[in-house]
Design a protein around this ligand. Sequence first.
Ligand SMILES: NC(=O)c1ccc[n+]([C@@H]2O[C@H](COP(=O)([O-])OP(=O)(O)OC[C@H]3O[C@@H](n4cnc5c(N)ncnc54)[C@H](OP(=O)(O)O)[C@@H]3O)[C@@H](O)[C@H]2O)c1
Length: 296
Amino acid sequence: MKIILIGKDGQIGKSLFNILKGRHEILPLGKKECNLLIKDEITSIFNNIKADLVINSAAYTDVDKAESDKKKVFSINSDAVHIISSLTKKHNIPFINYSTDYVFDGESNKKYSEEDTANPINIYGESKLDGEENTKINDQHIIIRTSSVFSLYGNNFINKIIDSAKKKDSLDVVNDQFITPTSSEFISNVTDILIRNMENYKNNDIYGTYHVVANGSCSWYDYAKVIIAEVLKNNYPVKTNLESIYAVSSSNYESIAKRPKNAVLSTNKIRSLLSVEIPQWEDDVKSAVKGIIKKI
Ligand SMILES: NC(=O)c1ccc[n+]([C@@H]2O[C@H](COP(=O)([O-])OP(=O)(O)OC[C@H]3O[C@@H](n4cnc5c(N)ncnc54)[C@H](OP(=O)(O)O)[C@@H]3O)[C@@H](O)[C@H]2O)c1
């Protein structure tokens, strides 16, 4: 397939390129080649390239900054998606877009399924939910909702914790918001499986929304502990030790955006429909920590 990949420099974009490049002709586009704030740039790509599939992994992903940058956030996460979705529909090709656990309000005490009602509580979540609606303009769409993405590259929680632990003797980390740390590699593997299903079976049933996260869940505090334990196990020098990571309530932790208490997604749908092995979040986090400290 000839695939236009928008967002090639992001965490998921990089993993997708590595996984898909062996079997497909990928046209990787970064902000320089396709700025989602410029409508004409998006349109001219579709005028110049005849593709079989478009994947958009670009987004405005800074949840706190988004609160004071609403116009730009919606332009990238929703308006640009409307344009891509309309153009892919016009060209009769499928469109894959990514979304987030933050479309939910987090008030449920169960894992969220694809059918649960979204009700975002921050600007980022609102813009991504709008983007989902715009993705659906094209019937041949796949929306992949995921959570707390990490990878060897880019700005993510693992990097932030290691960086803080190098500078500080202790860390305060929120213990009442629950998520599932998920590697960009796993998300890209599942995307690849969905694309294979599309290709092999020309099966319209494959289109729709999917929750794609690792197994298990944790608070940010649990997550930080696993990271630091692995850092120490690998003798990487940091000032913070396991006893000096303190659990704090989100009500005592200053953050600009509100975040859902429970952002844990159910993976029942991918388990039942796809032949996929879902990793345990701790295992993937530990191997990412090893990779990250090797690089720094
Ligand atoms: N990161 C998470 O924890 C998380 C959690 C749940 C869902 N998701 C979703 O997963 C998808 C990918 O996330 P990710 O972690 O791979 O994100 P990421 O690493 O932040 O990458 C996003 C990419 O989008 C690019 N971008 C931003 N503004 C752009 C614009 N105007 N035009 C073109 N490109 C632009 C960024 O470029 P610059 O860096 O140069 O701005 C960056 O390369 C997104 O849909 C996101 O909403 C992410």
